[in-house]
Design a protein around this ligand. Structure first.
Ligand code: UD1
Length: 417
């Protein structure tokens, strides 16, 4: 079993380079099957991408990897079902539903995997496919069979601005006959990254970065190139770590406007951060103030940074209230923070944090990707040594996290025990 060991209270100083966004990359890679030959740059080396590479190989897609650039050739893409094991490896396996429905008018796969942070239904994806003309049956094995004689443009209003549903519907609608309009679409920058990629293949999508997307269906998509945008959640995680323990810490290759919700909160807390054109500089902060945070779809405060910032809030003076509005089970990091010395109470979809409290090194367990990041941040702030188990969740979404922290002075190691 692999664990991360961290000795806390070490100053982080130097430069951390941010990689390609996990949530973009995991949509761009499945989107590549809609075309023939595509190139995707700046793909992060994370286990979710490894899982997608395996699925693509199984489907007959040739992949040539040069550094972080992938050349993909889907000319011989096979129209075959994605297996249970492949579907369960990651959340984003569901993008093969939309891509296959668009390309072959037929998709077969199981409910996707991913972190257990709530129910995470896919009803919005499925009802959108139905609006486009698909019929959906669930077979004896709980497998979704999604089939259409033809796809026809439709008006789809999403009950919730879901990232996954927006992307999945784009992937199908690009090949539908006529015009599709998606209202209350997700505005996350990762969705824009996918739109640019699809348009570079010849798709006709307008409305990028707005909540109304209009897709004129096309008969054929060819070529296509994309560069994965910098990971705003990875950047935010390191900026938060920097506020805990950093001095002269540069978080480089960031699109600051993508994390304005975070930097505004940090400034309100009194954190010593400077936002530059493509980097954020973090210096020592003497006193942090408590704040209230409520998660919301982009451009609101990202739920993916809710757990990481909770660790920081344990070090702020006063009472902070964090309200989680997206997922019902995203406080699994809290009992471990309490074990380390934090004063946190969970009340329905809120947590109440009284700070500052001294954190002490302990043995803790990661329950999901961002809970893992939160525990790493807490461990950096703690006296003594922390061992973090079930580290596989963290490796799902943080590229090279051990070395990135080590290179700026973190006392962190990956050990096989
Ligand atoms: C994506 C991100 C994830 C992030 C989340 C919210 C990927 C691979 N993952 O997840 O990191 O935390 O956005 O920013 O990009 N919902 C429904 N029905 C649906 C779909 C969603 O009710 O069909 C609800 C969910 O239960 C949840 C909310 O909508 O409450 C957000 O889900 P969604 O935006 O779809 O999240 P994911 O795409 O799964």
């Amino acid at each position: 079993m692999e664990i991360i060991k961290i000795r806390g209270k070490k100053t982080l100083s130097g430069t951390i380079e941010i990689g390609g966004a996990k949530n973009s990359a995991v949509s761009l890679v499945p989107a590549a099957v809609l075309s023939d030959k595509t190139i995707i740059h700046n793909v992060p080396e994370i286990s979710d991408i490894e899982a997608l590479r395996d699925i693509l190989k199984y489907l007959g897609v040739k992949i040539v990897k040069r550094g972080s650039s992938y050349s993909l050739d889907a000319t011989n893409l096979e129209n075959k079902p994605i297996t249970l094991e492949q579907s369960k490896k990651l959340r984003a396996s569901y993008y093969f539903m939309g891509a296959f429905l668009g390309k072959f008018k037929h998709a077969e796969m199981y409910f996707p995997g991913g972190c257990s942070i709530g129910q995470r239904p896919i009803d919005l994806h499925l009802s959108g496919f139905e609006k486009l003309g698909a019929t959906i049956t669930i077979d004896y094995d709980n497998r979704y069979i999604i089939d259409a004689k033809e796809l026809k443009g439709a008006e789809i209003n999403l009950r919730f601005a879901s990232v996954g549903a927006t992307v999945n519907l784009l992937l199908a609608a690009v090949y539908a006959k006529g015009t599709t309009t998606i209202t209350n679409a997700a505005r996350e920058p990762e969705v824009g990254n996918v739109i640019d990629f699809l348009n570079s293949m010849g798709a006709k999508i307008t409305g990028k970065d707005t909540s109304t997307l209009v897709i004129e269906g096309v008969k054929e998509l060819k070529g296509g190139e994309a560069s994965v945008i910098p990971d705003r959640i990875e950047a935010g995680t390191y900026v938060i770590a920097g506020v805990i323990n950093g001095h002269n810490l540069k978080v480089q290759n960031v699109i600051p406007k993508h994390i304005t919700a975070l930097t505004n909160v940090l400034k309100k807390m009194g954190a010593n951060i400077e936002v530059h054109e493509d980097y954020i500089l973090v210096n020592k902060t003497t006193k942090l103030k408590a704040v209230n945070i409520k998660t919301a779809p982009y451009p609101g405060f990202p739920t993916d940074l809710q757990q990481p910032i909770t660790s920081l809030l344990t070090q702020a003076e006063g009472t902070s209230v964090v309200t989680e509005t997206i997922y019902e089970n995203r406080f699994q990091n809290v009992p471990y923070l309490v074990q380390m010395g934090a004063d946190i109470i969970i009340k329905d979809n809120k947590i109440i944090i009284n700070g500052p409290t001294k954190l002490k090194g302990s043995t803790v367990i990661t329950t999901d990707l961002r809970a893992g990041a939160a525990l790493i941040i807490a461990a950096l702030a703690a006296e003594g040594e922390t061992s973090i188990k079930e580290i596989k969740y963290v490796l799902r979404g943080y590229e090279n996290i051990i070395n990135k922290l080590k290179n700026v002075g973190g006392k962190i190691s990956l050990e096989d025990v």
